[in-house]
Design a protein around this ligand. Structure first.
Ligand code: FEO
Length: 396
Protein backbone atom coordinates (compact mmCIF):
# COMPACT_ATOMS: atom_id res chain seq x y z
CA UNK A 1 0.00 0.00 0.00
CA UNK A 2 1.30 3.44 -0.90
CA UNK A 3 2.82 5.17 2.12
CA UNK A 4 1.95 8.63 0.75
CA UNK A 5 -1.76 8.14 1.51
CA UNK A 6 -1.25 7.39 5.22
CA UNK A 7 -2.12 10.66 7.02
CA UNK A 8 -1.74 9.11 10.49
CA UNK A 9 -1.57 5.50 11.76
CA UNK A 10 -4.73 3.78 10.56
CA UNK A 11 -6.03 6.84 8.69
CA UNK A 12 -5.65 6.98 4.91
CA UNK A 13 -6.48 9.39 2.14
CA UNK A 14 -8.84 7.69 -0.34
CA UNK A 15 -10.00 10.78 -2.27
CA UNK A 16 -9.76 11.47 -6.00
CA UNK A 17 -8.54 14.11 -8.45
CA UNK A 18 -10.90 15.67 -11.00
CA UNK A 19 -8.95 16.97 -13.98
CA UNK A 20 -11.87 16.87 -16.44
CA UNK A 21 -14.59 19.15 -15.03
CA UNK A 22 -14.27 22.59 -16.63
CA UNK A 23 -16.28 24.58 -14.14
CA UNK A 24 -16.82 23.91 -10.43
CA UNK A 25 -20.51 24.45 -9.55
CA UNK A 26 -20.83 24.98 -13.33
CA UNK A 27 -19.40 28.47 -12.67
CA UNK A 28 -15.78 28.64 -11.55
CA UNK A 29 -12.82 27.64 -13.72
CA UNK A 30 -10.46 24.83 -12.70
CA UNK A 31 -7.07 25.50 -14.33
CA UNK A 32 -5.35 23.09 -11.94
CA UNK A 33 -8.31 20.71 -11.50
CA UNK A 34 -9.80 19.99 -8.10
CA UNK A 35 -9.64 17.14 -5.58
CA UNK A 36 -12.55 15.61 -3.70
CA UNK A 37 -10.97 14.46 -0.46
CA UNK A 38 -12.16 11.41 1.41
CA UNK A 39 -10.49 9.79 4.44
CA UNK A 40 -10.75 6.23 5.68
CA UNK A 41 -10.25 5.22 9.31
CA UNK A 42 -9.37 1.53 9.62
CA UNK A 43 -10.24 0.52 13.16
CA UNK A 44 -12.44 -2.08 14.91
CA UNK A 45 -15.23 -0.30 13.09
CA UNK A 46 -14.32 1.37 9.81
CA UNK A 47 -15.38 4.88 8.85
CA UNK A 48 -15.19 6.99 5.72
CA UNK A 49 -15.12 10.73 6.35
CA UNK A 50 -16.55 12.74 3.45
CA UNK A 51 -17.18 11.30 0.00
CA UNK A 52 -16.72 12.33 -3.61
CA UNK A 53 -18.67 13.51 -6.63
CA UNK A 54 -20.93 10.82 -8.14
CA UNK A 55 -18.76 10.57 -11.26
CA UNK A 56 -15.81 9.31 -9.22
CA UNK A 57 -17.44 6.57 -7.18
CA UNK A 58 -15.51 3.75 -8.88
CA UNK A 59 -12.16 5.37 -8.10
CA UNK A 60 -13.25 5.97 -4.50
CA UNK A 61 -14.35 2.35 -4.04
CA UNK A 62 -11.09 1.09 -5.57
CA UNK A 63 -9.18 3.20 -3.03
CA UNK A 64 -11.33 1.92 -0.16
CA UNK A 65 -10.84 -1.70 -1.26
CA UNK A 66 -7.07 -1.19 -1.46
CA UNK A 67 -7.26 -0.64 2.30
CA UNK A 68 -10.15 -2.81 3.46
CA UNK A 69 -10.11 -5.64 0.93
CA UNK A 70 -13.42 -7.45 1.39
CA UNK A 71 -14.07 -6.06 4.86
CA UNK A 72 -17.16 -3.98 5.57
CA UNK A 73 -17.32 -0.20 5.62
CA UNK A 74 -19.33 0.58 8.76
CA UNK A 75 -19.83 4.36 8.78
CA UNK A 76 -19.93 7.27 6.38
CA UNK A 77 -19.52 10.60 8.19
CA UNK A 78 -20.98 13.44 6.13
CA UNK A 79 -19.51 16.76 7.17
CA UNK A 80 -21.07 18.55 4.20
CA UNK A 81 -23.92 17.51 1.95
CA UNK A 82 -23.05 19.40 -1.24
CA UNK A 83 -23.06 16.76 -3.98
CA UNK A 84 -19.34 17.11 -4.75
CA UNK A 85 -18.95 15.26 -1.42
CA UNK A 86 -22.19 13.32 -1.03
CA UNK A 87 -22.83 12.27 -4.65
CA UNK A 88 -21.53 8.74 -4.07
CA UNK A 89 -23.81 7.98 -1.11
CA UNK A 90 -26.35 5.81 -2.92
CA UNK A 91 -23.64 3.81 -4.69
CA UNK A 92 -21.73 3.28 -1.42
CA UNK A 93 -24.93 2.01 0.20
CA UNK A 94 -25.39 -0.50 -2.63
CA UNK A 95 -21.79 -1.73 -2.34
CA UNK A 96 -21.78 -1.71 1.49
CA UNK A 97 -25.40 -2.52 2.49
CA UNK A 98 -24.64 -2.26 6.23
CA UNK A 99 -23.21 1.25 5.87
CA UNK A 100 -24.53 3.65 8.52
CA UNK A 101 -24.70 7.31 7.60
CA UNK A 102 -23.59 9.74 10.30
CA UNK A 103 -24.72 13.37 10.25
CA UNK A 104 -26.58 16.00 12.18
CA UNK A 105 -30.33 16.58 11.91
CA UNK A 106 -29.99 18.99 8.98
CA UNK A 107 -27.61 16.63 7.17
CA UNK A 108 -29.98 13.72 7.53
CA UNK A 109 -32.90 15.78 6.23
CA UNK A 110 -30.80 16.50 3.12
CA UNK A 111 -29.74 12.83 2.81
CA UNK A 112 -33.45 11.99 2.67
CA UNK A 113 -34.24 14.86 0.31
CA UNK A 114 -31.39 14.32 -2.15
CA UNK A 115 -31.08 10.52 -2.06
CA UNK A 116 -34.27 9.18 -0.46
CA UNK A 117 -32.24 7.46 2.29
CA UNK A 118 -33.86 7.41 5.73
CA UNK A 119 -32.74 4.06 7.22
CA UNK A 120 -29.49 3.16 9.03
CA UNK A 121 -28.71 6.77 9.82
CA UNK A 122 -26.98 7.98 12.99
CA UNK A 123 -27.88 11.49 14.13
CA UNK A 124 -25.17 13.33 16.06
CA UNK A 125 -25.41 16.59 17.97
CA UNK A 126 -22.83 19.27 18.58
CA UNK A 127 -20.01 17.94 20.78
CA UNK A 128 -21.12 14.29 20.64
CA UNK A 129 -18.65 11.49 19.94
CA UNK A 130 -18.53 8.23 18.01
CA UNK A 131 -16.03 5.56 19.07
CA UNK A 132 -14.51 3.35 16.37
CA UNK A 133 -12.28 1.42 18.80
CA UNK A 134 -8.88 3.10 19.10
CA UNK A 135 -10.15 6.28 17.45
CA UNK A 136 -12.86 8.59 18.79
CA UNK A 137 -14.55 11.13 16.53
CA UNK A 138 -16.04 14.31 18.01
CA UNK A 139 -18.44 16.40 15.96
CA UNK A 140 -18.73 20.18 15.99
CA UNK A 141 -21.53 21.94 14.13
CA UNK A 142 -20.15 24.69 11.90
CA UNK A 143 -23.22 26.06 10.11
CA UNK A 144 -22.82 28.05 6.87
CA UNK A 145 -19.32 26.85 6.01
CA UNK A 146 -20.64 26.58 3.46
CA UNK A 147 -24.22 25.23 3.86
CA UNK A 148 -26.43 25.25 6.97
CA UNK A 149 -25.76 21.58 7.80
CA UNK A 150 -21.97 21.80 7.72
CA UNK A 151 -20.04 20.33 10.63
CA UNK A 152 -16.42 19.38 11.26
CA UNK A 153 -15.08 16.15 12.78
CA UNK A 154 -12.09 15.93 15.11
CA UNK A 155 -10.23 12.68 15.64
CA UNK A 156 -8.99 13.04 19.20
CA UNK A 157 -6.22 10.41 19.11
CA UNK A 158 -4.67 11.47 15.77
CA UNK A 159 -5.49 15.17 16.37
CA UNK A 160 -6.79 15.47 12.81
CA UNK A 161 -9.47 18.03 12.00
CA UNK A 162 -11.70 16.95 9.12
CA UNK A 163 -12.83 20.44 8.24
CA UNK A 164 -15.16 20.10 5.25
CA UNK A 165 -14.91 22.98 2.77
CA UNK A 166 -13.13 25.16 5.35
CA UNK A 167 -9.41 25.53 4.52
CA UNK A 168 -10.00 23.92 1.11
CA UNK A 169 -8.59 25.08 -2.21
CA UNK A 170 -9.05 24.49 -5.89
CA UNK A 171 -6.24 22.44 -7.44
CA UNK A 172 -5.76 18.68 -7.81
CA UNK A 173 -3.16 16.86 -5.71
CA UNK A 174 -0.10 16.14 -7.85
CA UNK A 175 1.33 12.96 -6.39
CA UNK A 176 1.40 13.94 -2.73
CA UNK A 177 -1.46 14.40 -0.31
CA UNK A 178 0.02 16.24 2.68
CA UNK A 179 1.42 19.75 2.08
CA UNK A 180 5.00 18.64 2.80
CA UNK A 181 4.74 16.18 -0.13
CA UNK A 182 3.53 18.83 -2.61
CA UNK A 183 4.68 21.93 -4.45
CA UNK A 184 2.28 24.33 -2.72
CA UNK A 185 3.10 27.76 -4.19
CA UNK A 186 0.02 27.93 -6.46
CA UNK A 187 -2.35 26.79 -3.72
CA UNK A 188 -2.27 30.14 -1.88
CA UNK A 189 -3.93 32.09 -4.68
CA UNK A 190 -6.17 29.10 -5.40
CA UNK A 191 -7.27 29.12 -1.75
CA UNK A 192 -8.06 32.82 -2.06
CA UNK A 193 -9.99 32.18 -5.29
CA UNK A 194 -11.91 29.27 -3.75
CA UNK A 195 -12.74 31.34 -0.69
CA UNK A 196 -13.76 34.42 -2.71
CA UNK A 197 -16.08 32.43 -4.99
CA UNK A 198 -17.54 29.81 -2.64
CA UNK A 199 -17.28 30.80 1.03
CA UNK A 200 -16.81 34.58 1.24
CA UNK A 201 -20.46 35.39 1.89
CA UNK A 202 -20.11 33.51 5.16
CA UNK A 203 -17.24 35.40 6.81
CA UNK A 204 -18.97 35.73 10.19
CA UNK A 205 -19.79 31.98 10.50
CA UNK A 206 -16.14 31.26 9.58
CA UNK A 207 -15.00 33.56 12.39
CA UNK A 208 -17.39 31.87 14.83
CA UNK A 209 -16.17 28.40 13.87
CA UNK A 210 -12.51 29.40 14.05
CA UNK A 211 -12.99 30.82 17.55
CA UNK A 212 -14.56 27.53 18.71
CA UNK A 213 -11.92 25.35 17.05
CA UNK A 214 -9.01 27.40 18.39
CA UNK A 215 -9.14 25.36 21.60
CA UNK A 216 -8.31 22.14 19.72
CA UNK A 217 -4.75 20.83 19.61
CA UNK A 218 -4.58 20.10 15.87
CA UNK A 219 -1.80 18.10 14.21
CA UNK A 220 -3.20 18.46 10.67
CA UNK A 221 -6.22 19.91 8.86
CA UNK A 222 -7.92 17.52 6.43
CA UNK A 223 -10.27 19.56 4.21
CA UNK A 224 -12.56 18.28 1.46
CA UNK A 225 -10.52 19.98 -1.29
CA UNK A 226 -6.78 20.47 -1.72
CA UNK A 227 -3.80 19.44 0.42
CA UNK A 228 -3.86 18.10 3.95
CA UNK A 229 -2.32 20.99 5.87
CA UNK A 230 0.27 20.04 8.46
CA UNK A 231 3.51 21.94 7.79
CA UNK A 232 1.56 25.06 6.69
CA UNK A 233 -1.43 24.68 9.03
CA UNK A 234 -0.65 27.89 10.96
CA UNK A 235 -0.39 29.90 7.70
CA UNK A 236 -3.66 28.45 6.48
CA UNK A 237 -5.43 29.39 9.72
CA UNK A 238 -3.97 32.91 9.54
CA UNK A 239 -5.01 33.32 5.90
CA UNK A 240 -8.54 32.13 6.65
CA UNK A 241 -8.78 34.50 9.59
CA UNK A 242 -7.72 37.39 7.34
CA UNK A 243 -9.98 36.39 4.44
CA UNK A 244 -13.02 35.90 6.67
CA UNK A 245 -12.52 39.47 7.92
CA UNK A 246 -12.36 40.55 4.23
CA UNK A 247 -9.01 42.19 4.89
CA UNK A 248 -7.22 43.44 1.79
CA UNK A 249 -3.54 43.68 0.96
CA UNK A 250 -2.04 46.92 -0.24
CA UNK A 251 -2.67 47.20 -3.97
CA UNK A 252 -5.30 48.22 -6.50
CA UNK A 253 -7.48 46.40 -9.00
CA UNK A 254 -8.60 48.29 -12.13
CA UNK A 255 -11.54 46.42 -13.66
CA UNK A 256 -13.24 47.70 -16.78
CA UNK A 257 -15.62 46.89 -19.59
CA UNK A 258 -15.07 48.35 -23.03
CA UNK A 259 -16.74 47.85 -26.41
CA UNK A 260 -14.56 49.94 -28.72
CA UNK A 261 -11.47 50.66 -26.66
CA UNK A 262 -12.23 54.08 -25.19
CA UNK A 263 -13.00 52.92 -21.64
CA UNK A 264 -10.08 50.49 -21.98
CA UNK A 265 -7.77 53.38 -22.85
CA UNK A 266 -9.01 55.32 -19.82
CA UNK A 267 -8.43 52.27 -17.60
CA UNK A 268 -4.86 51.95 -18.90
CA UNK A 269 -4.26 55.64 -18.16
CA UNK A 270 -5.65 55.31 -14.66
CA UNK A 271 -3.44 52.26 -14.08
CA UNK A 272 -0.38 54.17 -15.32
CA UNK A 273 -1.18 57.08 -12.99
CA UNK A 274 -1.65 54.68 -10.05
CA UNK A 275 1.80 53.24 -10.71
CA UNK A 276 3.21 56.77 -10.97
CA UNK A 277 1.63 57.57 -7.61
CA UNK A 278 3.53 54.63 -6.09
CA UNK A 279 0.75 52.04 -5.88
CA UNK A 280 2.06 48.45 -5.97
CA UNK A 281 0.75 46.15 -7.26
CA UNK A 282 -1.75 47.40 -9.82
CA UNK A 283 -3.81 44.57 -11.35
CA UNK A 284 -5.82 45.37 -14.50
CA UNK A 285 -8.74 43.22 -15.63
CA UNK A 286 -10.72 43.55 -18.87
CA UNK A 287 -13.98 42.08 -17.63
CA UNK A 288 -14.84 40.71 -21.07
CA UNK A 289 -11.75 38.50 -21.12
CA UNK A 290 -10.56 38.00 -17.53
CA UNK A 291 -11.78 34.93 -15.66
CA UNK A 292 -14.59 36.15 -13.34
CA UNK A 293 -13.30 33.99 -10.48
CA UNK A 294 -9.84 35.56 -10.78
CA UNK A 295 -11.36 39.05 -10.76
CA UNK A 296 -13.39 38.19 -7.67
CA UNK A 297 -10.27 36.77 -6.01
CA UNK A 298 -8.35 39.98 -6.69
CA UNK A 299 -11.19 42.20 -5.47
CA UNK A 300 -11.00 40.20 -2.23
CA UNK A 301 -7.24 40.27 -2.15
CA UNK A 302 -6.54 44.00 -2.51
CA UNK A 303 -7.71 47.10 -0.67
CA UNK A 304 -8.56 49.32 -3.64
CA UNK A 305 -10.95 48.80 -6.54
CA UNK A 306 -11.38 51.14 -9.51
CA UNK A 307 -14.11 50.27 -12.00
CA UNK A 308 -14.62 51.71 -15.48
CA UNK A 309 -17.80 51.18 -17.47
CA UNK A 310 -19.38 52.41 -20.66
CA UNK A 311 -23.10 53.12 -20.70
CA UNK A 312 -24.78 50.23 -22.51
CA UNK A 313 -28.53 50.23 -23.26
CA UNK A 314 -28.93 53.04 -20.76
CA UNK A 315 -27.28 51.01 -17.99
CA UNK A 316 -23.94 49.55 -16.90
CA UNK A 317 -21.93 47.43 -19.33
CA UNK A 318 -23.22 43.89 -18.61
CA UNK A 319 -19.89 42.43 -17.45
CA UNK A 320 -19.41 45.35 -15.06
CA UNK A 321 -22.93 44.86 -13.69
CA UNK A 322 -22.15 41.16 -13.18
CA UNK A 323 -19.00 41.94 -11.18
CA UNK A 324 -20.78 44.45 -8.96
CA UNK A 325 -23.57 41.96 -8.35
CA UNK A 326 -21.07 39.25 -7.34
CA UNK A 327 -19.46 41.68 -4.91
CA UNK A 328 -22.81 42.69 -3.45
CA UNK A 329 -23.99 39.07 -3.06
CA UNK A 330 -20.85 38.21 -1.10
CA UNK A 331 -21.03 41.18 1.30
CA UNK A 332 -17.44 42.12 0.45
CA UNK A 333 -16.22 44.59 3.07
CA UNK A 334 -15.64 48.16 1.88
CA UNK A 335 -12.84 48.71 -0.60
CA UNK A 336 -11.20 52.00 -1.47
CA UNK A 337 -13.61 52.49 -4.32
CA UNK A 338 -13.37 54.81 -7.30
CA UNK A 339 -15.01 54.65 -10.70
CA UNK A 340 -15.36 56.34 -14.04
CA UNK A 341 -17.58 55.98 -17.06
CA UNK A 342 -18.14 56.77 -20.70
CA UNK A 343 -21.13 57.31 -22.94
CA UNK A 344 -22.01 58.34 -26.46
CA UNK A 345 -25.25 60.33 -26.10
CA UNK A 346 -26.52 59.91 -22.50
CA UNK A 347 -24.54 58.73 -19.48
CA UNK A 348 -25.86 56.18 -16.97
CA UNK A 349 -22.82 54.10 -15.90
CA UNK A 350 -21.44 56.53 -13.32
CA UNK A 351 -24.88 57.09 -11.81
CA UNK A 352 -25.41 53.37 -11.45
CA UNK A 353 -21.97 52.77 -9.92
CA UNK A 354 -22.77 55.48 -7.37
CA UNK A 355 -26.00 53.62 -6.58
CA UNK A 356 -23.99 50.41 -6.16
CA UNK A 357 -21.64 52.12 -3.68
CA UNK A 358 -24.59 53.43 -1.71
CA UNK A 359 -26.31 50.04 -1.68
CA UNK A 360 -23.25 48.22 -0.28
CA UNK A 361 -22.32 51.19 1.95
CA UNK A 362 -18.89 51.72 0.39
CA UNK A 363 -17.37 55.18 0.67
CA UNK A 364 -16.42 56.74 -2.67
CA UNK A 365 -12.72 57.66 -2.69
CA UNK A 366 -13.10 60.63 -5.05
CA UNK A 367 -15.57 62.24 -7.39
CA UNK A 368 -15.88 60.04 -10.52
CA UNK A 369 -15.34 61.33 -14.03
CA UNK A 370 -17.38 60.46 -17.07
CA UNK A 371 -16.41 61.25 -20.64
CA UNK A 372 -18.42 61.55 -23.84
CA UNK A 373 -17.36 59.44 -26.86
CA UNK A 374 -13.56 59.32 -27.35
CA UNK A 375 -11.15 58.81 -24.42
CA UNK A 376 -9.56 62.07 -23.22
CA UNK A 377 -5.79 62.45 -23.84
CA UNK A 378 -3.33 61.00 -21.35
CA UNK A 379 -2.60 64.45 -19.90
CA UNK A 380 -6.21 64.94 -18.78
CA UNK A 381 -6.16 65.76 -15.07
CA UNK A 382 -9.07 63.37 -14.29
CA UNK A 383 -6.80 60.31 -14.50
CA UNK A 384 -4.12 61.67 -12.17
CA UNK A 385 -6.71 63.06 -9.74
CA UNK A 386 -8.45 59.70 -9.37
CA UNK A 387 -5.15 57.82 -9.03
CA UNK A 388 -3.77 60.26 -6.51
CA UNK A 389 -6.92 60.05 -4.33
CA UNK A 390 -6.73 56.25 -4.30
CA UNK A 391 -2.97 56.29 -3.58
CA UNK A 392 -3.49 58.68 -0.64
CA UNK A 393 -6.22 56.44 0.82
CA UNK A 394 -3.96 53.41 0.49
CA UNK A 395 -1.31 55.19 2.55
CA UNK A 396 -3.75 55.92 5.40
FE1 FEO B 1 -16.96 21.25 -1.80
FE2 FEO B 1 -19.52 23.21 -0.51
O1 FEO B 1 -18.73 21.71 -1.39
Amino acid sequence: MNAITEIAPGIRYVGVNDRTTHRFEALWSLPYGVSYNSYLIDDERTALIDGVDAGFVDALVDNIRDVLGDRQLDYLVINHMEPDHSGAVRALRRIYPGLQIVGNAKTLQMVAGYYGITDSVVEVRDGETLSLGRHTLRFYLAPMIHWPETMVTFCEQARLLFSGDAFGTFGALDGGVVDSQLECSHFWDEMRRYYACIVSKYGKPVQTAMARLSALDIDAICPTHGPVWREHAAEVLALYDSMSRHEGLTGAVVAYGSMYGNTAAAAERVARELAAAGVRPVVVHNLSTSDPSVVLRDVHKYKALIVGSPTYNGALFPEVAALLQRISERNVAPRIFAFFGSFTWAGAAVRQMRSFAESVKWEIACEPFEFRQGCPPAGCSDFAALASAVAEKLKE
